[in-house]
Ligand binder design. Structure first.
Ligand SMILES: Cc1cc2nc3c(=O)[nH]c(=O)nc-3n(C[C@H](O)[C@H](O)[C@H](O)COP(=O)(O)OP(=O)(O)OC[C@H]3O[C@@H](n4cnc5c(N)ncnc54)[C@H](O)[C@@H]3O)c2cc1C
Length: 823
């Protein structure tokens, strides 16, 4: 009996030692050769010192012999790599040229690190802090402030359904359309960060103006010309665009081609025709486009169409593919000028049709050599614009909503309390503020990366999706906090139009359901994964032998990577990642560690999903979307941590940082959990669950206490409130509600103490009997409860509050369409 126990003890001891060494080798990503050596030594020790029977020692050595053979490359290639490659080639879904171009576009940045299972934090933390140059700051403080002061959103959205002429000419003449155009062409040549800050400021004032400004600075004629235009085209168009003499639009979408934009049925046929009196070889265009921003007033249309050369006038390719050209508005055959009406946000937007429109070949952006390159051009440039326009506009709107809602919740009293002091409202305000922090962090850190030379295509999809979704949540919350004040439209309503513009942002530049379901993870898994693209390229390599060699290297790396991530996921889940290395950043260290943990679990889930489902994963959009959510949560949490660092790690901002990270990492956990619950291969799901959640779901969302801390920051005139809402238009000016709300917020601290005195010394003792505040102030003054000066302060405050909580009303006839205006 004793002998049996002793043997069992030895057996367990050796088993634990083997497993421990395996775990350490896998966790530390030891190479195949190093792992073989270490395990060989251990096995030799087992043979010498282990007390098991000979047959058992032989049995446990068999896997080791297989491992040893893996090191013999020619044998490995013959027995493992080649058969695997044959099956892989059969399983590999066919890739269209447009998909290939989308995958090749842009760069891989922090998104790539999150796929590694062990992100390189020093790489992110050492990235340059985005700052404004003196010129950029002067533009924000000068023309940008002036523009905001000129904007009367009710006038724009209700009376005119357009920007007033003086605003149009100010925007054009002061370079608002020329932020991405280099100075040598007369543009402002702003950094991505400055460009984003300008949009934030304008968006905090008017969604119509910010949408108008965003478009010429995003994907469109200027950007395409800059990157692909011929010198002649650049010299002709860019100075004119910079001066606002030309107004551009870019027309891709049509009635039959929305999300599936590459399927456009619009054609350009190379043929002979008459151009300015002479016969030339040109392009005859037929097209029908809709939803085109700035189209009704555009002078030059960037047009995407499919180019054909049936007569072989320019070469031997009949179908050249998607091509982009610049078409002057007044070209015969172009019908332009009608407007769509996007949800009461009347930026210029409308359809364009063209019937037998004839233009010369050099209308193609970049000349004939760029014929057929249109899709590549669009996806390459989309990665930058998509990081800036919509995320900045959404962030500007969110910042304004938080700034206004927190102040409103302080000055608006019900049940003798500021409504923001009620726990229910507190919770809503807290999440609004923390979500705004996430948006601001993501847009500013990513803009900084762009200024550092990145073209982050997967982050651009994450930013577009999450900034607009968070914006939607914040717009809803702001409405709830304001109650009826938010609902009644009119000159005094500063929320309604921001609420209405939300679906526009959700829909454009890749509608959100599609972006979440298909693009974020779909593109990320291939582009950012350290081995998948290498394997795909190797499998498609026409030089078969070179392909086998490449595939072998990638496959070996991939197998080691997957084993390592399984080990890392398990260890970090057990230890809650307490022992992982992170930058020295004090109270936020745990959040870095949790990102490490989810990165390993995510990398494991990604590999298993791709291996088990292959091309079918593309069709399983809900699984793909959930993995995309995990990736996005980690990306956004990383941006929050870097942003906090960029802002000097202000201790006061910690509640915002904590709430943001907690909610994002909780979401990562929940989406991984839902991914596992819905994974079709149940045994694999069970194994993954064991490796990812061996202790169950251990992460919790932010606490209520954290919410209260945040509300203290934003319902008081603190530096943290100002930092959170940096760059919005909050100047104290008669028609700027944000400035007026801040003014009232500053007064509220003193006013509240005076009101309390009236309540305690006057109302509760029965000495003050008036029901209205004006009467109470008068009585309190007579009774000596308030001094003259205090009564004046309180009267001033109450007048300001009355003005701010006031809503508009209209004579019945004023509201009918086309009936004119309310003042
Ligand atoms: C105000 C406004 C301004 C615009 N400005 C421009 C412009 O300047 N230039 C331009 O060319 N275009 C512009 N667009 C077009 C815009 O980019 C498209 O509206 C957008 O691409 C979506 O196309 P769609 O509206 O036809 O929706 P649809 O393609 O009909 O999509 C409907 C829904 O189906 C979802 N969906 C579609 N396919 C999938 C899928 N495979 N998986 C999951 N979900 C899917 C979408 O997410 C969406 O929710 C603008 C649109 C609007 C509304």
């Amino acid at each position: 009996m004793d002998n049996w126990v002793e043997n069992a003890g030895w057996f367990v001891g050796w088993a634990v030692l083997f497993l421990g060494v395996l775990l350490v080798l896998a966790y530390r990503r030891a190479s195949l050769a190093a792992s073989t050596c270490v395990l060989g030594l251990l096995l030799a020790g087992y043979w010498v010192f282990g007390s098991a029977a000979e047959w058992w020692k032989i049995a446990v050595s068999i896997p080791y012999v297989l491992l040893l053979l893996l090191n013999v490359r020619p044998l490995r290639v013959r027995l493992l790599t080649r058969p695997f490659l044959r099956s892989y080639r059969r399983l590999l879904p066919p890739m269209s040229a447009t998909e290939r171009e989308a995958l090749d576009a842009g760069t891989v940045w922090w998104d790539g690190e999150l796929f590694t299972g062990g992100p390189d934090w020093p790489k992110l933390m050492s990235a340059k802090v985005p700052v404004l140059t003196a010129d950029e700051q002067a533009f924000l403080d000068g023309p940008c402030e002036d523009l905001c002061a000129m904007l009367d959103d009710w006038d724009i959205t209700h009376r005119r359904a357009d920007l007033p002429p003086e605003v149009w000419s100010f925007i054009k003449s002061r370079g608002f359309f020329a932020m991405i155009i280099p100075r040598r062409y007369g543009g402002l040549e702003f950094s991505a960060y400055a460009h984003s800050c300008v949009l934030i400021k304008v968006a905090s004032r008017s969604a119509t103006a910010s949408s108008t400004i965003a478009v010429p600075n995003s994907l469109g004629p200027a950007e395409l010309l800059l990157h692909y235009g011929t010198e002649a085209q650049k010299n002709h168009f860019l100075p004119r665009l910079a001066r606002g003499e030309e107004v551009p639009c870019f027309a891709l979408t049509g009635p039959r081609a929305g999300s599936d934009a590459a399927s456009i049925p619009d054609t350009g046929v190379i043929c002979r025709g008459l151009w300015q009196g002479s016969e030339i070889v040109g392009i005859k265009l037929n097209f029908s486009k809709r939803y085109i921003t700035l189209a009704p007033i555009a002078t030059v249309v960037g047009l995407a169409f499919r180019l054909f050369d049936p007569e072989g006038l320019m070469g031997d390719r009949a179908d050249l593919g998607i091509t982009c050209a610049l078409i002057p508005r007044d070209t015969p055959g172009v019908t332009i000028g009608r407007r769509h009406f996007p949800l009461n946000i009347p930026f210029q937007n409308g359809p364009i049709q063209g019937h037998d429109v004839f233009v010369p070949i050099d209308a193609i952006i970049g000349g004939f050599s760029m014929a057929g390159q249109g899709w590549r051009m669009l996806v390459e440039q989309l990665s930058v614009g998509r990081c800036i326009s919509l995320p900045s506009n959404a962030t500007g709107g969110a910042k304004a909503a938080v700034y206004a809602s927190a102040a409103y919740a302080r000055i608006r009293r019900q049940f003798n309390m500021p409504v923001g002091r009620f726990e229910g409202v507190e919770q809503v305000l807290a999440r609004m503020a923390a979500r705004t922090y996430i948006m601001d962090a993501a847009r500013s850190v990513t803009a900084g990366a762009i200024d550092g030379g990145e073209k982050p295509s997967v982050p651009s999809a994450m930013l577009k999706y999450h900034a607009t979704e968070l914006g939607r949540m914040i717009a809803n919350d702001a409405m709830d906090v304001h109650g009826g004040k938010g609902i009644c439209l009119g000159p005094k309503n500063y929320l309604g139009r921001g609420y209405q513009v939300v679906p526009v942002a959700i829909t454009v530049e890749g509608a959100n359901i599609l972006t979440r379901s298909l693009i974020i993870f779909g593109q990320g898994a291939v582009r950012c994964h350290p081995f998948v693209l290498r394997e795909m390229n190797a499998a498609r390599n026409p030089d078969r032998e070179a392909g086998v060699a490449d595939f072998d290297r990638a496959l070996m790396g991939h197998i080691g990577f997957a084993i390592s991530n399984a080990a890392r996921s398990l260890v970090m889940a057990f230890t809650l990642a307490r022992f992982t290395k992170v930058p020295k950043v004090g109270p936020t260290a745990r959040y870095f560690q949790h990102v490490n943990r989810y990165s390993a679990s995510f990398a494991l889930a990604t590999d298993v999903a791709m291996l088990a489902l292959g091309g079918y994963l593309k069709k399983k959009e809900t699984l793909s979307a959930r993995l995309g959510d995990v990736l996005s949560s980690m990306y956004l949490a990383s941006m929050v941590l870097k942003h906090h660092d960029n802002q000097g790690r202000e201790p006061a901002d910690l509640p915002l940082v904590e709430w943001a990270c907690r909610s994002l990492l909780y979401q990562a956990q929940e989406q991984l959990h839902l991914f596992l619950r819905n994974f079709p291969n149940r045994p694999l799901a069970a194994i993954m669950r064991l490796l990812i959640f061996p202790r169950g779901l251990t992460y919790f969302p932010p606490s209520d206490r954290l919410g209260r801390d945040i509300v203290e920051l934003i319902m008081n005139p603190t530096a943290a409130r100002e930092r959170l809402t940096q760059h919005i238009y909050k100047t104290q000016q008669a028609h700027n509600p944000l400035g007026l709300l801040q003014e009232a917020l500053i007064l509220s601290t003193m006013a509240e103490s005076l009101e309390k005195r009236i309540r305690v010394e006057g109302v509760k003792t029965g000495r003050v009997t008036a029901l209205d505040i004006a009467g109470q102030i008068t009585q309190a003054l007579h009774l000596g409860i308030l001094t003259e000066a205090e009564a004046a302060v309180l009267r001033d405050y109450e007048a300001k509050v009355s003005n701010l909580i006031d809503v508009d009303d209209f004579a019945p006839h004023e509201l009918a369409a086309g009936a004119g205006s309310a003042s």
